[in-house]
Design a protein around this ligand. Structure first.
Ligand code: GLY
Length: 357
């Protein structure tokens, strides 16, 4: 197959288009607003499969780890294209406020050790020594190897790499599948509208996210990604290179609504204040809401649907993390090679094999 259509210009569609174009295929990418129009533009950018996976999501974790291992090579190849995707290795500090949180950190630490990853349990005092701006916490877990990527630099880099390889951009919404030898559906939360087998299997999962900057005299942002669960809601603060702090994210079902609600902003700021009190003096520079592509079991749908049409969607909270493994899987399908480990579990065939979770 030499001619490929990719529907969707977020992190998945751009990664697939770039990697496929590198194999010499003629690639056309369809999206009314590639790069900036979807959830990837609003992502936190944490590449941290263990702290992002929820108990019981072993297949998600396996696929996430597989993709994490591919991230350094993916970033290196992007740099060879002359563009920097903004990969940073500043690690994660997860903080616990009560004994239930602390128990969860023990489980996370055990999990990371079983994967051969470095992770250190810290007392509250040690956590504060590592990250002096945090509030009063009971204990912490330091994961030094966790990566993060600047989502906006990454998307700009992927776009430039696509242009380097003559990917053609058609800035239109796709109503009917394009005529091509192979079509990859990567339109995020909207992918369910593109194929009957995905209808109802991909749903929008709304997330509000804020960006803030320290004003003069404020404490600088934390130097690690800091995560916590506040009143049952996961929260993360991700520092960007230019002093910006990304604070995310709410998660709930609201159809295709993308309004930023006062409640969403309040929940995020209240949670963040417990984690990093100085944030209340920061300038709030951006509020936004995006739609993750939710799947039934938090695992994406990766594989053939029918007659040359492939799904690469439903990445839930893990689109940026899983971009490298997804792009490599698509190239393997097209070349007739063995796809990466962990992708078989993500086959859309499971939609007809088990009850929705
Ligand atoms: N991966 C972060 C989020 O979905 O909020």
């Amino acid at each position: 197959m030499t001619n490929l259509a990719v529907v969707g210009g977020g992190v998945i569609g751009l990664s697939v288009a770039w990697r496929a174009a590198c194999t010499g295929r003629r690639v056309t990418l369809y999206d009314p607003e590639p790069v900036r129009g979807g959830a990837s533009w609003l992502a936190g950018g944490m590449l941290a499969p263990v702290t992002e996976a929820w108990p019981g999501e072993e297949d998600v974790l396996r696929l996430g780890e597989e993709s994490l291992n591919r991230w350094p090579g993916f970033a290196r190849d992007l740099r060879k294209e002359g563009v920097d995707p903004g990969l940073a290795g500043h690690g994660t500090l997860v903080v616990a406020f009560d004994s239930a949180d602390a128990g969860y950190l023990d489980i996370l630490a055990g999990h990371l050790h079983s994967l051969g990853r470095a992770a250190e349990r810290l007392t509250g005092r040690e956590a504060k020594r590592l990250e002096p701006g945090i509030g009063s916490v009971r204990s912490g877990l330091h994961v030094p190897g966790d990566l993060a990527v600047d989502n906006r630099k990454l998307l700009d880099a992927l776009y430039a790499a696509c242009v380097n390889h003559q990917v053609r951009f058609v800035r239109e919404r796709v109503e009917e599948l394009p005529d091509a030898e192979a079509v990859v559906l990567a339109a995020g939360a909207w992918t369910g509208r593109l194929h009957p087998r995905l209808a109802g299997a991909v749903r929008p999962l709304k997330g509000e996210i804020l960006r803030l900057k320290p004003r003069r005299g404020c404490l600088p942002p934390p130097s690690h990604t800091v995560r916590a669960v506040v009143e049952g809601r996961p929260i993360y603060l991700v520092p960007r290179g230019d002093q910006e702090l990304v604070l995310g994210a709410t998660q709930y079902e609201a159809g295709f609504d993308q309004a930023v609600t006062a409640r969403g902003v309040r929940e995020l700021l209240e949670g963040a204040e417990r984690v990093f009190p100085a944030i209340t003096e920061y300038e709030l520079t951006e509020t936004a809401a995006g739609l993750r592509a939710g799947s039934r079991d938090a695992l994406p749908y990766l594989g053939a649907l029918d007659g040359g049409v492939f799904a690469a969607t439903g990445h839930h909270r893990n689109g940026l993390l899983m971009a490298p493994v997804t792009a490599d899987a698509v190239v393997a399908w097209l070349e007739g090679d063995e796809p990466p480990e962990g992708t078989a579990a993500a086959s859309p065939a499971r939609l007809h094999q088990k009850e929705p979770v």
